[in-house]
Design a protein around this ligand. Structure first.
Ligand code: FAD
Length: 489
């Protein structure tokens, strides 16, 4: 390796390791070492840092500060990074100041919404972490059927604010996930067959772009940016506010889980493979295979019926005749029971790996692969996010999320606590998914640990336009800690 490359690749780690020392000696120094956008070393003048801190309404944290270790922590316990500075933004003006501070100095910048990125893109070594965690208010307006969420809000806030008024929009399946990364990447949830992806319900957003400007993006204003942020991730700026379309919704929904022992997987999957194509948009149902802590392996069907429960019972009836279910908890219950039931299993600090792919058709060969690849280990699970319905009725290039013709997303997800198991666990999950790889076309960036290396291929036919818009609004690639889109030359 050339010396220069070596310096770049090792710099972030060495700067991070040096911080405790640097803070001890801080009073004697006039500057702080940090990492630039391209991975080189830069010095941040202490006077400039002080001035920056004074301009902010929220706190600016550095190593050694009380809240620093708490603020740098993200959901996936695999990522232990140490930013040079953490700007805990209190409002949009703080976001503008933080973007300008990083842009002026070519300082590496990460943007944290809810902190749930699998590859940990929201925290960086040696750069500025722009933290939106306290900008987390959500309001809903029943008159206009709209919800307004700040960029650091969580899905729980979105569901709660909307449901209070008998309204809802598509939100994901773990309620402590952030609306920021979730929305900008697409947004799959239990209502997507009926109401589409979350981006299909996005009416507008407020975005601080790399030049520090605050722009409203919608179908009427900055249409190119509005198109790009619906699937293009955090590439185009910091979203400080999202506006969502809401739909009338009775929160008492027919929902729950049906479980069979894993030896009935073929019977259940064979039936599902014949049945799923004719299902109504109201029915969200997809298979999962996992092993419970007591060692019992199961195949499960998660059910949410977003319509008249009596019609749901009727539509579900054929499935309930399959095999001998071990448990059937499907009943009329509050929508939030399902929306929060996995919050603990996937709690903060778990070390986690995820890989997924989009599947157009559930074929007999895929069913064989699902059964043969299954690993009976409680650390891993096979999940699906059922798609189709309203998701598939949106044109491939109407938004920057092109994977519209998939009927389902299949995913292998692992979770463990012991760092010593990292390599082994990732190898197991990768080997499992490798057997499913031949059946997928593209993947969903948001539920993927490795995809950062895909060099834009996964954006498919949307990539060229994304790259042109990137060049217009972020020519220096300030917003690069995401599934990065290179500015067109
Ligand atoms: C337990 C769990 C369950 C999940 N369930 C689902 C699900 O049901 N459906 C689904 O579609 N996805 C799901 N996901 C994936 C989720 O959508 C992504 O992890 C998403 O990136 C999380 O957003 P965040 O704001 O919490 O993450 P962060 O780590 O904060 O950010 C992720 C990326 O988005 C950028 N970003 C975040 N907020 C902003 C903002 N306001 N402005 C600009 N850029 C921003 C960050 O810079 C980073 O690049 C789940 C993830 C986890 C960990």
């Amino acid at each position: 390796m050339k010396r220069r490359e070596f310096c770049r690749t090792t710099l972030a780690a060495s700067v991070a390791a040096a911080y405790p020392f640097m803070m001890n000696a801080a009073l004697a120094q006039t500057s702080v070492a940090a990492v630039s956008l391209d991975g080189g070393e830069i010095e941040l003048e202490k006077a400039a840092i002080r001035e920056f801190a004074q301009q902010l309404n929220g706190p600016l944290l550095m190593p050694g500060d009380d809240q620093y270790d708490y603020a740098r922590r993200v959901w996936n316990g695999m990522h232990d990074r140490r930013p040079a500075l953490i700007a805990r933004c209190a409002n949009t003006e703080d976001v503008r100041q933080a973007v300008a501070f990083a842009a002026d100095r070519q300082l590496l910048l990460s943007v944290r919404g809810g902190g749930h990125s699998w590859p940990g893109k929201s925290v960086c070594d040696g750069g500025l972490m722009l933290d939106l965690a306290t900008m987390n208010t959500v309001t809903a307006d029943p008159a206009t059927r709209r919800a307004y969420a700040q960029g650091g809000a969580l899905l729980n806030g979105l569901d709660t604010a909307a449901l209070q008024h008998g309204l809802v929009t598509t939100a994901g399946v773990v309620s402590h996930t952030g609306v920021g990364g979730f929305t900008l990447g697409g947004g799959f949830g239990r209502l997507n067959r009926k109401y589409g992806l979350t981006i299909d319900n996005l009416v507008s957003a407020e975005l601080v772009t790399a030049d520090g400007e605050l722009r409203t993006v919608s179908a009427e204003q900055n249409e190119d940016l509005f198109w790009a942020i619906r699937g293009g991730g955090g590439n185009f700026g910091v979203a400080t506010k999202f506006e969502y379309q809401l739909h009338p919704f009775d929160r008492n929904v027919l929902s729950g889980m049906i479980l069979w022992s894993i030896d009935q997987a073929r019977e259940v999957l064979d039936f599902y493979g014949e049945w799923y194509a004719g299902l109504s948009d109201d029915l969200y149902i997809g298979p999962a295979m996992f092993t419970m802590p007591d060692g019992t392996s199961v195949i499960a069907m998660e059910v949410v019926y977003a319509g008249d429960p009596a019609a749901g019972e009727k539509e579900l009836a054929p499935l309930r005749k399959i095999g001998r279910p071990m448990d059937d908890s499907v009943k009329i219950q509050d929508y939030m029971v399902m929306q929060t039931q996995e919050d603990g299993t996937w709690g903060h600090g778990v070390r986690s790996y995820a890989k997924n792919g989009m599947v157009k058709e559930i074929t007999p060969a895929l069913i064989d692969a699902l059964i043969e690849s299954f690993v009976p280990d409680p650390r891993f699970a096979f999940f699906t996010h059922t798609s189709g319905g309203a998701v598939g009725r949106v044109d491939e290039l109407a938004t920057a999320f092109p994977h519209r013709n998939a009927e389902t997303m299949i995913a292998v997800i692992g979770g463990w606590m012991d760092p010593a198991q990292d390599d082994e666990s990732m190898a197991i999950a990768r080997a499992w998914f490798k057997q499913l790889q031949p059946f997928v076309g593209g993947y969903y960036d948001n539920i993927d640990f490795d995809g950062a290396n895909s060099k834009g291929r996964n954006y498919g036919p949307a990539y060229d336009r994304l790259s042109v818009i990137k060049a217009q609004y972020d020519p220096g690639n300030l917003f690069r800690l995401n599934r990065n889109i290179k500015p067109a030359v």
